[in-house]
Design a protein around this ligand. Structure first.
Ligand code: ATP
Length: 459
């Protein structure tokens, strides 16, 4: 995708994108993150012991926390901290009617080409040069592109046949459109308001890859914001700004982020504006999230296919209308991966290279590691008691193996912001040493005030 400067008047008050020249891709970094992920329990190839299954991943003890924190941070900003957005958790299986109305059955396709020389399959729109096979390097060996539908089809119930066909959702968004009236009638919300959802989506991607960047099963965080038609442009600008800021607020450096408005020929026919939040991945700029001004396309489609009115009745103005929709659609698994990349640092400590994940405390898998200086029961006993007092407030790790230096290093590697060491003096003075990940500074804190101290640090 070519980088486009933010030029139009519509976009003039959006954050200025960083120039690609500001930061260059780092190919080594990719391997380091993949190795770290496996070594420290972030993500494993699914069905690993059988050789792995077709670009699906399982999140390990550390990864499940990271992913959950990304989703919680999104939910907190998009639902908890707002009065105008409500949540939803819709079904993953859906009938063909939904996907016919949404246009997915006819149009949710990618152009597939086969190389007649090496038999590799590629997605034509993602190739640097549409005539050169990136696998074997040969020119002019591609077949004519074929439209390949990305939806997974299955059947509901024991009897196969047309009536039993159903699909795994390829996005969470349709759940919000088909439930629009249910939410309006049950929540007393009126436009402008949003419905947010986090959940799994499935796409039979032609070329999954780049670790968890593009997988066939992944998680999305999407919100449909329903607005009076005249307010759509204003809300589109608002959500572009808001979503870009969310990544900055959670510790992503500005030089690794940019907002890229789509060119007119990239826009879907119903969209009057789409911008991608892009991140500088080790292979270059790529999408984290799309924010689209979708007009009333989706509600119009579902209204005409279902035969049910989806018009909102505005009592004050005594008029009915189909709201327009602004959709910020992000990938949870892809964003978690981007947080890992952005946080990855290597530091020299006493001649040794150490990995430190400088994750924002809201994203960090564990907030606190509790470490007894020795495995002796006179320390581990009171130390576990202290752990139990902290656990209701923070996700904690507990580690009593190997030297304290090695344990600090292990926590740095998974991005734990605070290590609390319980030593022999702690038994007497009821105080512990708190070490901060980024400064490596240590402070002696009374156990009694420990939770408050950590809460103040991680507000
Ligand atoms: P792409 O161009 O990368 O295929 P898209 O534009 O089709 O993505 P959307 O349909 O807008 O993506 O989905 C919203 C978000 O969901 C994307 O920005 C991305 O973060 C995430 N996403 C989409 N497809 C995948 C996938 N196969 N694996 C992981 N995340 C995905």
């Amino acid at each position: 995708m070519a980088f486009l400067p933010v030029a139009s008047a519509l976009m003039s008050d959006l954050p200025a994108p960083a120039s690609p020249a500001d930061s260059s891709p780092d190919h080594d970094l990719f391997d380091k993150i993949v190795n770290l992920s496996k070594r420290r329990g972030i993500a494993f190839q699914s069905a690993d012991i059988y050789g792995g299954f077709r670009s699906t991943y399982d999140y390990g003890p550390v990864g499940v926390l990271l992913l959950r924190n990304v989703k919680d941070a999104w939910w907190r900003s998009m639902v908890q901290m707002r009065h105008d957005v409500v949540g939803l958790d819709a079904a993953i299986l859906g009938p063909p009617q939904v996907w016919e109305a949404s246009g997915h059955l006819a149009n949710f396709t990618d152009p597939l080409v086969d190389c007649t020389n090496c038999q590799a399959r590629h997605r034509l729109d993602k190739l640097d040069d549409p005539n050169v096979c990136p696998t074997c390097g040969k020119t002019g060996t591609f077949t004519e592109p074929r439209d390949f539908n990305l939806m997974f089809k299955t059947q509901a119930g024991p009897v196969a046949g047309a009536g039993a066909d159903c699909y795994l959702r390829p996005e969470t968004a349709q759940g919000m459109f088909v439930n629009f009236m249910n939410v309006v009638n049950s929540s007393r919300k009126k436009p402008p308001f949003g419905i947010a959802q986090i959940g799994k989506s499935f796409r039979n991607e032609i070329t999954p890859g780049n670790f968890v960047f593009r997988t066939r099963e992944f998680e999305q965080m999407e919100m449909e914001f329903f607005v009076p038609p005249a307010e759509a442009d204003e809300w589109y600008r608002y959500w572009c700004q808001e979503r870009f800021q969310w990544y900055l607020d959670h510790g992503m450096p500005e030089n690794l982020l940019r907002l890229r408005p789509h060119a007119a020929d990239e826009l879907s026919h119903y969209s009057s504006g789409t911008s991608d939040v892009e991140f500088l991945f080790p292979w270059g700029w790529d999408e984290l999230e799309g924010i689209a001004n979708r007009g009333n396309y989706d509600l119009t489609q579902h209204q005409s296919h279902s035969g049910q009115s989806l018009e909102y009745y505005d009592q004050a103005a005594n008029e009915r209308y189909l709201p327009h929709v602004i959709e910020p659609a992000a990938g949870a698994t892809r964003t978690a991966f981007a947080f890992l990349i952005a946080a990855y640092n290597e530091v020299e400590v006493k001649g040794e290279t150490r990995t430190v994940l400088r994750l924002h405390h809201r994203i960090a898998p564990y907030k606190v590691a509790v470490l007894p200086l020795s495995k002796k029961p006179e320390l581990t006993g009171p130390c576990l008691e202290m752990l139990r007092a902290i656990q209701p407030h923070f996700m904690c790790d507990y580690d009593e193996t190997q030297s304290i230096g090695k344990r600090y290093a292990r926590q740095d590697e998974i991005g734990t912001p605070y290590c609390v060491t319980f030593d022999f003096d702690s038994v007497e003075d009821r105080a512990v040493t708190v070490r901060e990940r980024d400064t490596m500074e240590q402070e002696r804190i009374p156990i009694e005030g420990l939770v408050r101290y950590l809460q103040e640090k991680m507000q």
